[in-house]
Design a protein around this ligand. Sequence first.
Ligand SMILES: NC(=O)c1ccc[n+]([C@@H]2O[C@H](COP(=O)([O-])OP(=O)(O)OC[C@H]3O[C@@H](n4cnc5c(N)ncnc54)[C@H](OP(=O)(O)O)[C@@H]3O)[C@@H](O)[C@H]2O)c1
Length: 255
Amino acid sequence: MLTSIAGRVVLVTGASKGIGKGIARVFARHGARVMVVSRNLAEAQACAAELGPNARACAADVSDWASCQAMAEATVDAFGAIDILCANAGTFPQTKIESMDPAEWDAVMATNLKGSFLSVKTCLPHLKKSDQARVVLTSSITGPITGFPGWTHYGASKAGQLGFMRTACIELANFGITINAVLPGNIVTEGLADLGEDYLKTMAASIPLKRLGSVDDVGNAALFLASREAAYITGQTIVVDGGQVQPESLEALNA
Ligand SMILES: NC(=O)c1ccc[n+]([C@@H]2O[C@H](COP(=O)([O-])OP(=O)(O)OC[C@H]3O[C@@H](n4cnc5c(N)ncnc54)[C@H](OP(=O)(O)O)[C@@H]3O)[C@@H](O)[C@H]2O)c1
């Protein structure tokens, strides 16, 4: 059992569904007080209601400075502190370079990359007051390690999060705050499940552990990085992908 999660206040962005909901659920299960954030308030509230009495919800757009400030304030109003920020909100439209409108590039960067910066910046004054402050970013294998056609903007934003983290970890260390990132591979979320059995089977076959990840798999990695046991780890990444990035070829996968 990882220590010092019970009673901690965790703010999870993009928590109304998918990986963020999984992260929020894992922390709630370990006794944390959880602020569920998404742009859609009703969905955030529904998620908080599922998590139980120690969860609250608020609406915020992480690409917007004022909205992020309101999100941090709402968390402190509800719980009196912010100990852990899980900056998870992300968007991943799939469009190849030739047909991509520059506005789509900007929108992906605004949520995924600038949103990470704004979330950290608005939570920082509160994290500084915590004796075990943590930031966990949700990046991806796509960008930092792998590529996939249609995701140049997404991959750049996810690699950019790690560039941000590697300098932020030095700045935040002055306040005793750690910042690390989880890099999910293919994780079963509501959206992915809609792609159908055949698609999921083909994807699973490309992964050494022969299954897609669960949102709990990512939540458990985030939980570890937020625990007292991870106190000396900062500026690092945990890949949560069932070994997907390791085979050097199809032959290696099936040998
Ligand atoms: N699923 C995967 O296999 C996978 C793999 C690698 C990395 N990831 C990363 O994991 C994170 C979550 O992905 P997911 O698959 O769980 O996505 P998802 O199911 O589409 O959920 C995205 C969440 O983010 C919220 N959101 C989107 N834009 C936002 C914004 N500007 N401000 C605040 N909230 C926003 C959404 O709610 P609203 O729309 O109501 O705001 C929702 O709660 C992303 O950072 C993604 O890049 C996912």
